[in-house]
Ligand binder design. Structure first.
Ligand code: ZN
Ligand code: MN
Length: 476
C-alpha cells in the first residue's frame, strides 16, 4: 500500500462583462490607477449596489456548462473581514445559497474518464489590488474593486498534480468556449488556490491540509503540488504531521513558503446584504441561457470525429481550445483537405506555439494564409520542405505565403529539361555513387538526391527528381 494524495481546488474567475458587478464602472483590465471607480465600488457610505444581471447570466452559463443545479432563489451576503484592498470592510459574496451547486467536470485519464465533482459556483465581487513598491510603500489601486467573479469550488476528488492540471485545462477551455472569461492568468482573470494533503493507505494516517494560494500559472500549480506531495509524504514517513497552514509557491527557490498558520475557521459573520433584493431565477431564463450556449468542447470533439473522420486523439487536439477549432474549420473553408490541414495545424503550427508558450490567437497570419500555403504544396508549386520554411517565415513576418514564395524565388522546379541538366551534372561529379548504386547500395541514391536538392537550393520537385534519377542511372 502506498500514499494517496488528495487535492481540492478553489478557482476565482473574472467575468468579462462590460461593467462591474454592482455599478456601471467599466470592467476593463488595467488603466491608470483608481480611474475605473465610483462611490459604489469604492464602498463609500451611501453607495447603493445594484446587481448587474449579466453576472447572473454568465454565472448560470458556467453552471450549465459544468452540469450544475441552478438555484431558483438566491441572495447576496456580506463576508466580513478587514483588509486594505477591501474598502467596505466586507466583500459581497454568496454564503449558503450559491447560484450553482452539485456540478462536475470530466477529465480523460489513461484508464478512462474521471468525474471531478464541483461543490458550488457562486458570484462575488473582486477586491482592489495592493501594489508593493521597491521603496517599501504599499499603493492601493481600486480599479479591480467590484469586478465580477465566479468562485468555483471542487470536491477533493483529484489524486495527483496531473489530474489537477487536466481539470484546470478543461475548466479553462470550457470557460473560454462559453465566452464568460478570457481566463488570462497573467492578468489575474483566473486564479487558483489549492488544498492538498496525503493519506497513508496502510495506517490510515493523514496529514493536515495545506492551502497554497495565488498560483499564477498551471505550471507553477503543478510544481507546487508535487513539492507539497513530497513534503507531506516525508513527514508521514517520520511519523510526523504537517501544520494546517497557508503557503505560497516561490518560483525562484522552487519551494512553498509559509504565509500564515490557520487557527481555526475564520469567522466572517456572513449576513444577508440588505441593499440587494433576494434574487429569483425563472425556468424560462435558464432555458434561454441554455439555448444560447455554444457547442461545448466534448460535443465539438464528437462532431469532429464524425464530420472530418479524425481519430480520438486528433479531434482532442483540435478542440482543446475554441480558437484552435475555429482556426481548423476556417482553414477548411479555403482548402478542402481535412488530412492536410489537420496534419499541419497539429504539427508545425501547434508545435511552435507550444514551444513559445503562445495561444493560437497570437498568430500574425490567418486561416486563409495557411490555406494558401497548403494549396501551394498540394498543387506542387512548392515542396513540403520549402512549405515548412515558408511557414517559419509567416510566423516571423506575418507575410502571406504567395508573397514569401515570390520574393524568395521558392517556386518548385518541375521543368524536366531544367532538372535533367542538374541531374546530369551531379552524376558527372559523383562517379563513385553511380558505381555504388550499380553494386546494390541503396544509400547512394539518397546521397545523389541530396546533392540535387542542394544544387537547386531545395526547390526541385522531389518525386520528379526521384523518377528521373532512377531512369537516368539506368543509362549510365
Ligand atoms: Zn463603480
Ligand atoms: Mn472568494
Amino acid at each position: 500500500m502506498g500514499y494517496k494524495t488528495i487535492v481540492g481546488l478553489e478557482i476565482h474567475v473574472e467575468l468579462m462583462t462590460k461593467t462591474k458587478i454592482f455599478c456601471s464602472c467599466t470592467n476593463e483590465f488595467g488603466g491608470e490607477a483608481n480611474t475605473h471607480c465610483c462611490p459604489i465600488c469604492l464602498g463609500l457610505p451611501g453607495g447603493i449596489p445594484q446587481l448587474n444581471s449579466r453576472v447572473l447570466e454568465y454565472g448560470i452559463k458556467a453552471g450549465l456548462a459544468f452540469n450544475c443545479d441552478i438555484a431558483r432563489k438566491t441572495k447576496m451576503d456580506r463576508k466580513n473581514y478587514f483588509y486594505s484592498d477591501l474598502v467596505k470592510g466586507y466583500q459581497i459574496s454568496q454564503d449558503d445559497l450559491p447560484l450553482c451547486s452539485n456540478g462536475y467536470i470530466e477529465i480523460e485519464l489513461e484508464d478512462g474518464t474521471k468525474k471531478i465533482r464541483l461543490e458550488r459556483i457562486h458570484i462575488e465581487e473582486d477586491t482592489g489590488k495592493s501594489v508593493h513598491t521597491e521603496t517599501g510603500d504599499t499603493l492601493l489601486d481600486y480599479n479591480r474593486a467590484g469586478v465580477p467573479l465566479i468562485e468555483i469550488v471542487t470536491r477533493p476528488d483529484m489524486n495527483s498534480a496531473e489530474e489537477a492540471r487536466l481539470f484546470l485545462e478543461k475548466l479553462r477551455a470550457t470557460l473560454k468556449y462559453i465566452e464568460v472569461s478570457d481566463c488570462k492568468m497573467e492578468e489575474g482573470s483566473l486564479r487558483c488556490d489549492i488544498n492538498i494533503n496525503v493519506v497513508d493507505e496502510g495506517t490510515g494516517n493523514r496529514t493536515n491540509i495545506t492551502e497554497i494560494k495565488n498560483l499564477n500559472s498551471f505550471r507553477a500549480a503543478v510544481k507546487a503540488m508535487e513539492y507539497e506531495e513530497e513534503r507531506h509524504i516525508s513527514l508521514l514517513k517520520k511519523g510526523e504531521n504537517t501544520v494546517k497552514e497557508t503557503r505560497r509557491w516561490d518560483e525562484v527557490q522552487g519551494q512553498t513558503i509559509v504565509m500564515r498558520e490557520k487557527g481555526g475557521v475564520a469567522d466572517y459573520r456572513y449576513a444577508v446584504d440588505g441593499d440587494i433584493l433576494p434574487i429569483e431565477i425563472s425556468d424560462e431564463w435558464i432555458k434561454d441561457i441554455e439555448d444560447s450556449l455554444p457547442e461545448l468542447p466534448h460535443h465539438k470533439k464528437e462532431r469532429f470525429i464524425r464530420e472530418y473522420e479524425l481519430d480520438e486523439y486528433e479531434a482532442g487536439v483540435l478542440t482543446q481550445s475554441r480558437d484552435i477549432a475555429l482556426f481548423f474549420e476556417e482553414t477548411l473553408k479555403y482548402i478542402d483537405d481535412t488530412k492536410l490541414v489537420s496534419n499541419w495545424i497539429m504539427g508545425d503550427v501547434l508545435r511552435r506555439l507550444n514551444d513559445e508558450e503562445r495561444e493560437i490567437e497570437s498568430l500574425n497570419f490567418g486561416a486563409k494564409d495557411l490555406a494558401d500555403l497548403l494549396s501551394l504544396i498540394r498543387d506542387g508549386k512548392i515542396n513540403n520542405n520549402t512549405g515548412k520554411k515558408v511557414l517559419r517565415d509567416m510566423f516571423e513576418t506575418g507575410k502571406d505565403p504567395k508573397t514569401i514564395v515570390k520574393e524568395k524565388g521558392l517556386i518548385q522546379i518541375s521543368d524536366e529539361g531544367e532538372l535533367e541538366g542538374v541531374i546530369e551534372k551531379v552524376l558527372d561529379e559523383n562517379e563513385q555513387s553511380i558505381i555504388d548504386y550499380k553494386n546494390g547500395k541503396d544509400r547512394a541514391i539518397g546521397y545523389l538526391m541530396g546533392q540535387i536538392m542542394k544544387a537547386t537550393r531545395g526547390k526541385a520537385n522531389p518525386q520528379l527528381v526521384n523518377k528521373m534519377l532512377t531512369e537516368m542511372l539506368k543509362n549510365r
